[in-house]
Design a binder for this molecule. Sequence first.
Ligand code: ARG
Length: 460
Amino acid sequence: MSNKAWGGRFSEQPEDWVDEFNASIHFDKTLIQYDVQGSIAHAKMLAKQDIITDEDCQQIINGLTTILNDYEQGNLSFDVSLEDIHLNIEHELIKRIGDAGGRLHTGRSRNDQVTTDMHLYTKEEVTQIIELVNELQQTIVNIAEQHVNTIMPGYTHLQRAQPISFAHHILTYYWMLDRDKSRFQDSLKRIDISPLGAAALSGTTYPIDRHETQSLLNFGSVYENSIDAVSDRDYIVETLHNISLTMIHLSRFAEEIIFWSSAEANFVTLSDAFSTGSSIMPQKKNPDMAELIRGKVGRTTGNLMSILMTLKGLPLAYNKDMQEDKEGLFDAVHTIKGSLRIFAGMIDTMTVNVDHLQQTVYNDFSNATELADYLVNKGVPFRSAHEIVGKIVLWSIQHNVYLLDVPLEEYQKAHKRIDSDIYDYLKPENCVSRRISYGSTGQSAVEHQLSVIKQHLKTN
Ligand code: ARG
C-alpha cells in the first residue's frame, strides 16, 4: 500500500529517484518548530469551533509536542518518500495517535500550511537580524567615540581627497545599517500576516476561525484574500532584497578593511583572532573574514535573483515551483547572521593605527582645497583660487615637496596675499576642525552626530 497522503488516487508508485527529486524534506526540516506551532494553533481552533473534539485536540497537541522533542533529541528520522516536513509530521502523528492525527488536516491544505511556516520563520529570523544589525551599529559607535580626533585621508576615486575624521568615516556605515534596519523593520508588517485557513486556495466549507489562529500564532493580521494568501511570496523576495543590500553594505566596509590592513595603507591592524595565515608564506596574515563577507555577497544576491526568476510569470495560486523559495532564503539568513556577528567581532578587536594615519595625511595634497579656501577668504574668486592652487601643486610635485614645505616666497609668487599663517592653516587637523557645516567631518559636527545617534539608538 502507498504511504503517500495522496495515495488513494494513484495506481502506480513513483520510483525512488523521482521521490528524491520531488522531496523538500532535506531542507524544509528547518521549519519543524513552526510547522508544529502552526498545527497546534490549527487544532486548538478546530476544537474551539467544535470541528474536532477537545480530546482529539489534546491528543494532537501531545503527539506533536513529543514529535518535536524526539526530533530535538535526534530521535526522529524522516522519509524522503513522504516528501516534506508537513507530510512527515502528519504521518508520524497518525502512527502515534491514530484517527485523531488524521483529523488535524481538516480545513487546511499544505498550501496554506507551508506559507504559514515560512511567515513564522521569516518573522523570527528578521527579528534576530534586526538585533544583530543593532549590535554592529553599537560596535561602530563605540569605535567612533574613541576616534573623533583621529584624522585620516578621505578618498574620492580612491585618490586622496581631503582629510577627515576616522569617526566620521566609519559612522557612514552606521547610517547605511540604519537604513537597512528600518527596511527590515518595515518589512515586518508584510511578513507578520497569517495565511492559515486559506486552505488550498479558495478557503473552506468548515466553520473555521482564521482570526483565532492569527491570534494564537501572534500574527499582526490575516490575508483578506485566500488566493493571495497561498500565492504571495513577496515577503520572501523582500527579505532577500533586504539581506542582499545589507550584505552589499558589509562588502563595501569589508573592502575598506582589506585595503586598510594592507602594508600599503597600514591604517588598521586586525586581531590575530580574526585573521588567518598562509600555508606557504610564513609572514602572511590575511584578512580572510573580511574577504569572505565580501565574497558571500555573490550568493546572497544570487538568491534574490533566483526567487525573482522563480516567481516570474507564475500563475495563481500555489505551484510546485514555490518549493524553490526555501533554500535560498535559509542560506541567505544563515549567511547574513554569520556575517554580522563576524563583522562586529572583527572591527571590535582591530587596532586603529592612529599615528600612521596622522602621518599619512601629512604626506599628501589633501589640504589643497584648504589653500583655495584660504585665497577665497582673502577675496580671490574660487575659480581663480583653484587655478592658482593647481599651479602650486604642480610646482610642489616637480620639487618633490608637499604644501606645508613650499617656501613662503614661492607662495607669494603664486599670490601676494598668501602669508606665513598659511602653514598653520594647512595643517590637516586644522583642515578638519574648520569644517563647521552641519553633518560635516569637523570635531564638533561629529560630536553632534554622535549625540543624534545615541538618541536614535535608544528609540530604535
Ligand atoms: N513542500 C511543498 C513546498 O515547499 C509544500 C506544499 C506542497 N503543496 C502541494 N500542493 N504540493 O512548497
